[in-house]
Write a protein that binds this ligand. Structure first.
Ligand code: ADP
Ligand code: MG
Length: 248
């Protein structure tokens, strides 16, 4: 039977009078890299937090590998990896020690853990700085550590909330290549970003959200063709009548 990796149906989340997520429906397949795009305040993090079982929806349903985010939260936590928008780490530990600690919490066997850390640090361009205290890291370095932490348990589904914010172009490229490889190994990935060019380059399909509503869904090519736009930024402008920066 066809089982989507992630299924979101009529999902709504209200905070008092604010509707952060408004009747959102999506399906994401295994091995798919899905970009959730939109300006600040569009509702991206709220969707990630619901899928990570940190927040409960006001209405609607969301499942990961057929587990309900509200009723099967424990099962979901075992199969997801989350890179939160605000990375959590210990400043007085090194990048490597932070990752090791997280791997231990997930009970990754020691030999597997060491090998995985070496491989991932190298791929993400952090090997040289891995033994410096995390408190000295730049925002981009912290995010790279956080990305490795989120994937240390080899999750089936990765939820990456703005993983490339504050990154220089070289680091961003390294993270992109790293994410592409995960996808090729069958992982389902949601990546949120407000960098439209990132989504264009990286994602199999994208969903553009604005004010909690899904306003476009498809491959970057389909959306550009449908709206006679030369890039996704232009698609957004055509759909909303506003520039991405004004929408913030
Ligand atoms: N805990 C909260 N309490 C009240 N409002 C919130 C809370 N979390 C998010 N919001 C509001 O919900 C909307 C969507 O926020 P968010 O999901 O963080 O958007 P994004 O990640 O796309 O920038 C915003 O208007 C934000 O202010
Ligand atoms: Mg956010």
């Amino acid at each position: 039977m066809f089982e989507p990796a992630i299924m979101v149906e009529n999902l709504t989340k209200r905070f008092g009078k604010i509707t952060a997520v408004d009747d959102l429906s999506l399906e994401i397949g295994w091995g798919e890299l899905f970009g959730l795009l939109g300006p600040n305040g569009a509702g991206k993090t709220t969707v990630i937090n619901i899928l990570s079982t940190l927040l409960q929806p006001t209405n609607g349903v969301a499942t990961i590998a057929s587990h309900d985010v509200v009723y099967d939260a424990d099962a979901i936590r075992r199969i997801i990896g989350v890179c939160p928008q605000e990375p959590a780490f210990y400043k007085h530990l090194t990048g490597r020690e932070n990752i090791e600690l997280f791997g231990d919490l997930h009970e990754v066997p020691q030999n597997v853990l060491n090998e995985r850390i070496e491989t991932m640090l190298k791929k993400i361009g952090l090997k040289e700085d891995a033994d410096r205290r995390a408190g000295q890291y730049s925002g981009g370095m912290i995010r790279r550590v956080s990305t490795v932490m989120s994937l240390i348990n080899n999750p089936k589904v990765a939820l990456l909330d703005e993983p490339t914010v504050a990154m220089d172009p070289v680091s961003r490229r390294a993270v992109w290549d790293f994410i592409k490889e995960l996808k090729n190994n069958g992982m389902a990935i949601i990546l949120t970003t407000h960098y439209m060019e990132e989504a264009e380059e990286l994602c199999d399909r994208v969903g553009i959200v604005d004010e909690g509503k899904l306003i476009a869904l498809g491959t970057p090519e389909e959306l550009m063709e449908e709206h006679s736009a030369k890039n996704l930024e232009e698609v957004f402008i055509k759909l909303t009548g506003k520039k991405l920066r004004e929408a913030v």
